[in-house]
Ligand binder design. Structure first.
Ligand code: PSU
Ligand code: MN
Length: 312
């Protein structure tokens, strides 16, 4: 039997990230599945680069996370980002894939779950993404529930997303997060957002207004109560960029029907649905996606700045 113990493998940091962490300065983790499996080239690499600059412009250091040739990287340089964005056959890696990537020296783009785990090992408290995974609509028969929820239950990182895409069952995802004891807060709205849209028809489990209030909740969770869970921060897409939920719903239904017809399952489900919706909306959803990721990066950086102040 193997005994779990303190990790002994090496994380590869960029100089920028290493210096920020050593000084106790704010750092924001960024995922890489959104680059390799969530968006087409070249928008994916342009966005990844732009998002890093947005984090810097708001006073924090960006750390894009991926596994390259079996090494967990915390911060990527321009050439590494470019390769991840265009190289075919990059593995989509959730937490359970990390041991295989390390053992076989393979390259993987990390999902929210795997990015959270590596961020926690690196000592990063805040993470910005587009949308998190959740309970799939057919979960009653497929059991398809994203490992992002498992990780949120077990890993103390605050994940800033634009909520959950309605390719998933949003109500069941919120139920699951409640069961797992994960604090869920919506930034500045009484309604839980559904990625492309500010609305979902579901109430925000809790509402907080702005980065200072959110940083206080993180401090209360981890430093006062000693909780070990992640925190889900839903940041609604800006009103000027949103697509009404009813408009997107048609394309999502089509994509879900095709999924069943083609018997797509497992790790392929989410990338397939994401790609189909982009195709069907002729790029409009991609523009909304870019806008909300930029917005989340800015908010996450502001939260990281406020959180660091509470630790001093
Ligand atoms: N949802 C989105 N965009 C994404 C993803 C989810 O709106 O890019 C990606 C994230 O990396 C997330 C992963 O962690 O998909 C979830 O995949 P799965 O459902 O297979 O757990
Ligand atoms: Mn799944």
């Amino acid at each position: 039997m193997s005994t779990p113990r303190q990790p002994t493998f090496t994380l590869a940091f960029t100089d920028e990230v290493q210096a920020a962490l050593a000084a106790g300065n704010p750092v924001v983790a960024l995922e890489s599945t959104i680059i390799s499996h969530g968006m087409p080239y070249p928008q994916n690499v342009e966005l990844a680069t732009e998002v890093e600059d947005i984090v810097r412009a708001h006073g924090a250091t960006p750390a894009t996370i991926a596994v390259l040739a079996g090494v967990c990287h915390v911060g990527l340089d321009a050439a590494q980002l470019e390769r991840l964005a265009r190289q075919p056959g990059v593995h989509k890696a959730t937490t359970r894939d990390l041991p295989w990537l390390l053992a076989t020296k393979s390259t993987g783009a990390t999902t929210v779950a795997a990015t959270m785990r590596i961020a926690a090992l690196a000592g990063i408290a805040v993470f910005a993404t587009g949308g998190i995974g959740g309970v799939h609509r057919a979960a009653a028969t497929t059991f398809d529930v994203s490992a992002d929820l498992t990780e949120l239950a077990n890993t103390p990182v605050a994940v800033v997303s634009a909520g959950i895409k309605s390719i998933l069952d949003i109500a069941l995802t919120l139920e699951r997060l409640e069961t797992l004891g994960v604090p869920v807060v919506v930034n500045g709205s009484d309604e839980f957002p559904s990625f492309y849209s500010r609305s979902s028809g579901l109430r925000a489990p809790r509402r907080l207004d702005g980065p200072t209030a959110i940083a206080k909740l993180m401090h209360a969770a981890w430093n006062e109560l000693g909780l070990a869970t992640g925190i889900s921060i839903a940041n609604p897409i800006p009103a000027t960029d949103e697509i009404p939920a009813a408009e997107i719903a048609v394309y999502i239904e089509e994509a879900l029907a095709e999924l069943t017809a083609r018997s797509i399952s497992g790790q392929e489900v989410t990338p397939f649905l994401l790609a189909r919706v982009v195709e069907r909306t002729a790029g409009r959803s991609l523009r909304a996606n870019l806008a909300l990721v930029r917005n989340n990066a800015a908010t996450a950086a502001q939260i990281a700045v406020e959180y660091v102040k509470l630790l001093k």
